[in-house]
Design a protein around this ligand. Structure first.
Ligand code: 2P0
Length: 320
């Protein structure tokens, strides 16, 4: 065992969305999803297995985490300890290089970095596919962030797999950071409530795989407009099913940004929107249109800043 290792992993944005878990398996998605891993939204994590502590410890951006964060990290580490025959507890130190105050979820990059660093610290020879399965024990979407480029997670799958390299489709994501509203309902709770209470849960479970398959075909054909249209349709269908259960992640900034995207499209620019479990609109744009689109999104009411991200690479170990 090496005892300690460091890793970096990048966040990802789902183009076709995962929303809903299978009832019979831990963190197993009810629908397929397809994401793009983003350079520039990264988590750096150091893991050290230690004999002198009796519980796992997690520090994120200098603050000790308790509650769900440490439970999910421990679930991930337990998966590794079981298979690698390790009993030592771990000390985890994790830093996001994007502002957490922006309200952007860090669980995908965070648990992907944790999985890669923990595998390195354990000194086991696991490939990225097996590491993706480990990351899923922390967060379902983290299984996708283990891989760079365009990544697929099938319904019911235990691990994600890479579909296309990062340069397959030239693409920029403009994350339009919205004014903070009240803290969003955690995805975990939002999707559980949607599945239990939404009159449209069944419609979502039927429609999501169809949108996913069409989006994958459009991506294979490098059809930017097709990918964008289907990504926006997937986000709207996911949010519609959640809203019908009372789970509303949008605020006025979201609606204004959506209107700005539609106005740009009406003017002839190929630009599309996607939203996750929060109010921020993520805009999909071709690299040659960024100079035109970015100032328009920055001027959209309530957008406090824009983070510009391109497709990124695999999670990986870095020198400790
Ligand atoms: C996604 N989201 O596909 C979807 C779209 C948010 C909206 O995956 O409980 O942090 O670990 O399965 O993965 C966020 O949910 O939740 C997410 P868990 P996760 O990116």
């Amino acid at each position: 065992m090496n005892r300690a290792a460091r890793a970096i992993a990048h966040s990802n944005i789902a183009l076709s969305k995962y929303w809903g878990k299978r009832p019979d398996a831990y963190n197993s998605p009810a629908v397929p999803s397809l994401s793009v891993t983003l350079e520039g939204l990264a988590t750096h994590t150091r893991v050290e297995f230690r004999d002198d502590i009796d519980a796992d410890r997690l520090v994120v951006n200098g603050r000790e985490e308790r509650g769900r964060g440490i439970e999910r990290a421990a679930a991930l580490l337990d998966g590794l300890r079981r298979e690698a025959g390790i009993t030592a507890r771990a000390s985890i130190d994790s830093v996001n290089d994007f502002p957490t105050a922006s309200g952007l979820a860090s669980s995908a990059s965070g648990f992907a970095a944790l999985a890669v660093a923990a595998v390195g610290a354990a000194g086991v020879d696991w490939d990225l596919a097996r590491t993706s399965e480990l990351a899923r024990l922390g967060s379902t979407s983290a299984s996708r962030s283990v891989f760079g480029g365009f990544v697929e997670l099938d319904a019911g799958a235990s691990r994600a797999h890479p579909l296309f390299p990062r340069d397959h489709l030239p693409l920029v994501v403009l994350v339009c950071v919205a004014d903070e509203g009240p803290k969003a309902v955690a995805s975990h709770d939002g999707m559980r409530i949607t599945m239990q209470k939404s009159p449209y849960a069944r419609a979502w479970l039927e429609e999501a795989p169809r949108l996913h398959a069409r989006l994958r075909d459009a991506l294979r054909a490098r059809d930017f407009a097709g990918v964008g249209e289907l990504a926006e349709a997937s986000a709207l269908a996911m949010h519609a099913s959640a809203m019908a259960a009372g789970i509303v992640y949008w605020n006025a900034v979201t609606l204004d940004a959506l209107a700005t995207v539609r106005a740009l499209r009406a003017e002839g620019t190929l630009v599309y929107a996607t939203m996750d479990a929060g109010p921020h609109v993520k805009v999909l744009v071709r690299p040659e249109d960024v100079a035109h689109v970015r100032p328009r999104m920055a001027a959209s009411r309530g957008v406090v800043r824009i983070i510009e991200a391109k497709p990124g690479g695999n999670a990986e170990l870095v020198p400790s």
